[in-house]
Every structure is written in structure tokens, then in C-alpha cells.
Design a protein around this ligand. Structure first.
Ligand SMILES: Cc1cc2nc3c(=O)[nH]c(=O)nc-3n(C[C@H](O)[C@H](O)[C@H](O)COP(=O)(O)O)c2cc1C
Length: 223
């Protein structure tokens, strides 16, 4: 598969087959991901790879914890919510409408929404979960590095037929995640990711999220 094909083919996968992902394959993907660039090559990413019994316990404990209206339902780092205005809000709504349509969840069904959002904490059924962390004393530039790492990882996975879904959802409920995975207080939980074999029969996986035209985000100077 060429890079161009991987870029076109990758999409967020939100339903997986339970078949395991061999540890050696995960290591190959992580090695690919570590080729991502980072500012001054500090390679600040850390990733907790979760499977088997630990994955099961993480899912069970986070799912139970989120029922309790806990203090940690917001991230450990500032998220000011600037995306809740247009044009971002409109794009978010377009995605939500398409996704909830495929899931057959009617608009305004809070209960079903809550349940579906909870699928994040079940890694959408994927056998492998990834939790990305950063040392707490690093600055905002390091978030870019983690983003580059995550995308490189997702493209590497795509070339091997594996599906992924990046999950900001995992920067909520960090206290339980920290406890279960024994993550140091010196690290913040940035995001998670589901990794596994896509369930090709699940309608939600047919979602192709739109992209804006180049001229809506690129400004050409000096041409
Ligand atoms: C940083 C980041 C966080 C995300 N968080 C979530 C999430 O918590 N749950 C989810 O279902 N999708 C999440 N996504 C997936 C996006 O919704 C998805 O990338 C976007 O809609 C574009 O669709 P595509 O990945 O299929 O191209 C996240 C993606 C990124 C890059």
C-alpha cells in the first residue's frame, strides 16, 4: 500500500472483531510510529498498551466510575472549548449526525447517546487499547509531537489492515485510568486509541467524514 492509499483508506473505526493482535505486530507499528518527528527530537510520547485482563479491568472500572458524576470528567490539561462555535460546531454536528444516523440513535436520545459515548471506554470492542501520556512538565509543543506520533501509528496500522480510533475521550476519567495502569502522577493522560481488526459488517465503520476544501484552510502567499 502506498502512503497515498493509506491516507485515503484510514478512517476512524468504531466496531472491532475480538480477534487478538499479535504483540510482535503491535511492536512493529510502535516502531513505525516512533519515526514521527518531534521538536528537537525529544520524542516525548509515552504509550501504555493495554490488553487481556488489564484491558478488561480498565474498561470495567472506568465504566463504573463514569456513572458517579466524578470530578475527573474533564481533562487534566486546559481545554477551553473554543471549538463550540462555527465553523467548528457545524462540522462537529455534521459528523455527529452522520455517525448517530448509522448507529440508528435518534436525535435527543440522551440515554442512547450516553451509552454510545461509553463505547469509547470499551475501546469499541477492540482487543487492544492505547493510552498516550506526556510528562506533566512538558509544554504545549509536546502535544503536537504526540499528535504526529498518533497519526503515524494510525497510518502504519492501516497498511497492515488494522483499524484505529483516536480517542480524546480517554483524557476524561483519568484518575481511574492512572490507578489501573499505575501511571505516575508525573504524567498526564493525553488521549487513547482503539486498535484491532475492523468489523467490516458494522454500519458505523462505513462513515467517511467529510473534509473541507483546501482553500478553506490554506492561504497561499507569494505565488
Ligand atoms: C485528537 C482526536 C481525538 C478524538 N477523539 C475521539 C473520541 O473520543 N471518540 C471518537 O469516537 N472519535 C474520536 N476521534 C475521531 C474523530 O472523530 C475523527 O478522526 C474525525 O471525525 C475524522 O474522521 P476519520 O478519522 O474517520 O477521518 C478523535 C480524533 C482525534 C484526532
Amino acid at each position: 500500500m502506498t502512503l497515498q492509499e493509506a491516507l485515503q483508506q484510514r478512517r476512524s473505526i468504531r466496531a472491532f472483531r475480538p480477534d487478538p493482535v499479535p504483540p510482535d505486530l503491535i511492536r512493529e507499528i510502535l516502531a513505525d510510529a516512533s519515526r514521527a518527528p518531534s521538536g528537537t527530537n525529544i520524542q516525548p510520547w509515552k504509550v501504555h498498551v493495554v490488553s487481556g485482563e488489564v484491558r478488561r479491568r480498565l474498561e470495567a472500572e472506568v465504566m463504573a466510575h463514569r456513572e458517579t458524576d466524578p470530578h475527573d470528567k474533564v481533562s487534566e490539561f486546559p481545554r477551553t472549548g473554543g471549538q463550540r462555535r462555527d465553523p467548528y460546531l457545524g462540522r462537529m454536528r455534521t459528523l455527529g449526525k452522520a455517525m448517530y444516523g448509522l448507529l440508528e440513535i435518534p436525535k435527543g436520545d440522551q440515554e442512547a447517546n450516553w451509552r454510545q459515548w461509553g463505547r469509547n471506554y470499551q475501546f469499541f470492542g477492540a482487543p487492544v487499547g492505547l493510552i498516550f501520556t506526556l510528562d506533566r512538565d512538558l509544554d504545549a509543543m509536546s502535544f503536537l509531537d504526540v499528535g504526529a506520533f498518533m497519526q503515524t501509528l494510525m497510518l502504519s496500522a492501516a497498511t497492515r489492515g488494522l483499524g484505529t480510533c483516536a480517542q480524546g475521550a480517554w483524557n476524561n476519567f483519568w484518575s481511574v485510568t492512572r490507578q489501573v495502569l499505575e501511571i505516575s502522577e508525573d504524567e498526564i493522560i493525553v488521549a487513547g486509541m482503539s486498535l484491532g481488526w475492523p468489523d467490516e459488517s458494522a454500519p458505523v465503520n462505513s462513515l467517511v467524514a467529510d473534509r473541507e476544501p483546501i482553500d478553506s484552510f490554506a492561504v497561499f502567499h507569494g505565488f
